[in-house]
Design a protein around this ligand. Sequence first.
Ligand SMILES: O=C(O)C(=O)C[C@H](O)[C@@H](O)CO
Length: 272
Amino acid sequence: MPAPKNPFKAALRDDRFQLGLWVALASPYAAEVISGSGYDWLLIDGEHGPNDIPLLSAQIQALAGSGSHPIVRLPIGEAWLIKQILDAGAQTLLIPMVESVEQAQALVRAVRYPPHGIRGVGAALGRASRFSRIGDYLETANDEICLLVQIESRAGLDVLDAVAALDGVDGVFIGPSDLAADMGHLGKPGSPEVLAAITDAFARIKTAGKARGIMTLDLEQARLYRDLGATFMAIGTDVTLLVSATQQLREAFLAGDATAGPVSGTKPVSGY
Ligand SMILES: O=C(O)C(=O)C[C@H](O)[C@@H](O)CO
């Protein structure tokens, strides 16, 4: 029995657009709630969410069987962290702040077993092999791992073509917030200079035949990014949605406007 197929990697290979959401509440319960909302992927954020390996693993478990594929973002692309989270069952990783070809090459090797890489052999202890119940895991795992790297600085843009061309890099995610900050537009990812850099980056990634990823909290910007060729895109975060929905509901009630609730038109399950 081989390693589980990676539906997200297959979709990228077929150039099928994938819509996602950022999940940073560091709660398996919240992740499971969100997994019923129909997103193709959910980004479990180990960089800016207060997550550790056990919590990241629990959120991967919470999404099991849902239609939302878990993409785990590690805080840094260290081989030992990659080994742990792959053994825990992650099949798609997003690694932030890639700024050299050597760094990207090391990431490719970290997600692959020898002789093609350096991933430590221990999956028999982890969810990845269904605790050794997948007998052919070692021989079939490499092909079902999807490696996404983040280019989110001017240094990263300088090496983008070489990074995107690497065998084993399946997609490149442009981090608009960090890229804007590095370009001198802190807090302004929609700045014309940043948008021009993203537009150019998407074209270069497409030339390399790889998937283009991005995220935004602005639906108008999301449609623009989609028109620019985004292949996988997140359009919100659990944290900001929770803040806005709870605040809007209170304000609507206090204003006496019962129709303006953030989820008006959605009836709770009967017996609520
Ligand atoms: O630079 C970016 O933008 C990203 O990498 C996404 C952010 O880190 C995400 O946390 C939303 O703010």
